[in-house]
Design a binder for this molecule. Structure first.
Ligand code: SAM
Length: 212
C-alpha cells in the first residue's frame, strides 16, 4: 500500500471508501471527546470526506493530512471554499477559515506543522494501512498530537475471507498500539449493512481513546 496505490485509486475514481454522508458513529459519539466549539480536530488520511463538512458545520476547526492533491482540491471545491496554497516543508498546505490540510505523506507531518490538536478523528485511516505500517502510524499520531483523545473507527471481520484495505483491526491490536497512552472504550459496534464491500460480514466499531 504505497503512495502509488492510493494515487491510482484517486485517478481511477476507485473511491468506494468515500461515503455519501457523515459517518453516523462520528455524529453519535464525537461530542464525547471534543465538546468545545472551536476545538481543533486532526483528521489523518482524510481524503475528501464529508465528515470534514460535518465537523466544520458543528463549529470545530479541522486539520487534515492527505497524500493526494486532487482529493484535497475536490474537498475545498465541495466545501465551496477557495484555499490559500503554500509550501510547508516538503508538503503543500491548503488553508481557509477553520481548515488546514497538509498534502503529502502523514509521516512527514510534524508536531510543529500540525500545531494545536484537541482531538483526533480516525475513520478509514488506521484500517487503510497494512499491519506492518500500523505500529509506526499509531506512534506517529500520538507524537504529533501530544496524545490527544481520539474517536477511532475500525472494522472487524475474518481477514482470511477478504484482503484489505480496509483491514480488520481487533481489540487486542488496538490495545497493543494504544493501551500504553490511552484508556480504550468500545463505545459502539454496528453490523455493516450488506457486509463489507457487499461480500463479507463485518462490524464497524467506534472506539473512544482518552489519555491516561
Ligand atoms: C481509505 S481512504 C479514507 C479517506 C477518508 N478518511 C474517508 O473516510 O473517506 C485513505 C486515504 O488515505 C490517503 N493516504 C494513504 N496513505 C497516506 C499517507 N501515508 N499519508 C497521507 N495520506 C495517505 C489516501 O490517499 C486516501 O485518500
Amino acid at each position: 500500500m504505497d503512495a502509488e496505490f492510493w494515487h491510482r485509486k484517486w485517478q481511477d475514481r476507485d473511491i468506494g471508501f468515500h461515503a455519501p454522508e457523515a459517518n453516523p458513529l462520528l455524529v453519535g459519539h464525537f461530542s464525547r471527546i471534543a465538546a468545545r466549539r472551536g476545538a481543533r480536530v486532526f483528521v489523518p488520511l482524510c481524503g475528501k470526506t464529508l465528515d470534514i463538512h460535518w465537523l466544520l458545520a458543528q463549529g470545530y476547526r479541522v486539520v487534515g493530512a492527505e497524500l493526494n492533491r486532487q482529493a484535497t482540491v475536490e474537498l475545498f471545491s465541495e466545501l465551496g471554499v477557495e484555499p490559500e496554497i503554500a509550501p510547508a516543508g516538503g508538503l503543500e498546505h491548503f488553508s481557509a477559515e477553520g481548515i488546514d490540510i497538509f498534502v503529502g505523506d502523514i509521516f512527514d507531518v510534524s508536531r510543529r506543522l500540525v500545531g494545536e490538536v484537541d482531538a483526533i478523528y480516525d475513520r478509514a485511516a488506521l484500517v487503510a494501512l497494512p499491519p506492518e505500517m500500523r505500529e509506526r502510524y499509531t506512534a506517529h499520531l500520538v507524537e504529533i498530537s501530544n496524545g490527544a483523545p481520539q474517536l477511532l473507527i475500525t472494522f472487524e471481520y475474518d481477514q482470511a475471507l477478504m484482503p484489505g484495505p480496509p483491514f480488520a483491526v481487533s481489540g487486542e491490536e488496538m490495545a497493543q498500539h494504544y493501551g500504553g497512552n490511552y484508556s480504550l472504550e468500545l463505545a459502539d459496534s454496528q453490523p455493516v449493512p450488506g457486509g463489507l464491500k457487499g461480500r463479507c460480514a463485518a462490524t464497524e466499531n467506534a472506539w473512544i481513546l482518552q489519555g491516561k
